[in-house]
Design a protein around this ligand. Structure first.
Ligand code: SAH
Length: 219
C-alpha cells in the first residue's frame, strides 16, 4: 500500500482505531460500519495541511465553501441506512470529498453519487480510484433531479440540507427503500429517515444535525 494511503503518526491506522473507539461510545454499534470506517483512510480526503486533524470528530473544510462530514454523522447515517438489511443500489446526493461515498461503496453493491461542484467531484473520483473502489458511478449534476435513468434505488443518502423533502427523490425510492436526509434551514435542521411503503411514505424525525445547504444548479 502506498505511503499516502497508509499514513503515519496522526494519520496512522492506530489513530483511526481511536476514532472507532470514540464512535462506539457515541452509540455506533453496527460492526460492518465500524469495520468500513476502520479500513478507510479519511486523511486522504482532506488537504494535506489538515490531514493531522482528519480523525477528530469534526467537519473540515474541503474548499468551495463545503465540508467533509464529521465521522459520527457519516457512521450514523450509514448505520441507519443499512438498518433493515443489505442494500444493492444506493443514490448519494453531495459527493463532496468522497469519504461517505467510500464508506458506502464498501458496504453496498453499487453507489450512484451526484455532486454539483465539478472540481470536488473530480478529486473525489481520484481518491476512490486510488482506494480501488470501482462499484461507484458519478454524475456532475444538480442532485435535485436525482438520477432518473438509474432509479429506483433501495437507499438514498443526502448530504446537504434542503428546506423540504424533494419530491423527485421520493419518487426514485423503491417500495421498502430508505432515504436519510437532513431537512431545515442553515441554522436548524433535523435528520429524517423516510421509508417508502406500499401505501406511501413513513417519515421519522431523528436528531438535530448541521449540514451545508442543498443548492440548485451546478458549477
Ligand atoms: N459526505 C460528503 C459531504 C460533503 S458536503 C463528505 O463527507 O465529503 C455536501 C456536498 O453536497 C457538497 O459537496 C455540495 O456541493 C453538495 N451539494 C449541495 N447541494 C447539492 C445538489 N443539489 N446536488 C448535488 N450536490 C449538492
Amino acid at each position: 500500500m502506498n505511503q499516502r494511503i497508509q499514513g503515519i503518526g496522526m494519520t496512522s491506522r492506530r489513530t483511526r482505531e481511536r476514532m472507532i473507539e470514540r464512535l462506539k461510545t457515541q452509540g455506533i454499534y453496527d460492526p460492518k460500519v465500524l469495520a468500513a470506517m476502520a479500513e478507510t483512510p479519511r486523511h486522504i480526503f482532506v488537504d494535506e495541511a489538515l490531514a493531522s486533524r482528519s480523525y477528530e470528530d469534526t467537519a473540515l473544510p474541503i474548499g468551495y465553501n463545503q465540508t467533509i462530514s464529521q465521522p459520527y454523522i457519516v457512521a450514523k447515517m450509514t448505520e441507519l441506512l443499512l438498518e433493515n438489511g443489505h442494500l444493492s443500489r444506493v443514490l448519494e446526493i453531495g459527493t463532496g470529498s468522497g469519504y461517505q461515498t467510500a464508506i458506502l461503496a464498501a458496504l453496498v453493491d453499487k453507489v450512484y453519487s451526484v455532486e454539483r461542484i465539478g472540481p470536488l467531484l473530480k478529486k473525489a473520483k481520484n481518491n476512490l480510484w486510488d482506494l480501488k473502489l470501482k462499484n461507484v458511478s458519478y454524475q456532475h449534476n444538480d442532485g435535485g433531479w436525482g438520477w432518473p435513468e438509474q432509479a429506483p434505488f433501495d437507499g438514498i443518502l443526502v448530504a446537504a440540507a434542503p428546506s423540504e423533502i424533494p419530491d423527485t427523490l421520493l419518487q426514485q425510492l423503491e417500495v421498502g427503500g430508505v432515504m436519510l436526509i437532513p431537512i431545515g434551514s442553515r441554522h436548524h435542521q433535523e435528520l429524517h429517515k423516510i421509508t417508502r411503503t406500499v401505501e406511501g411514505y413513513e417519515d421519522k424525525v431523528l436528531e438535530p444535525v448541521s449540514f451545508v445547504p442543498f443548492l440548485s444548479g451546478r458549477s
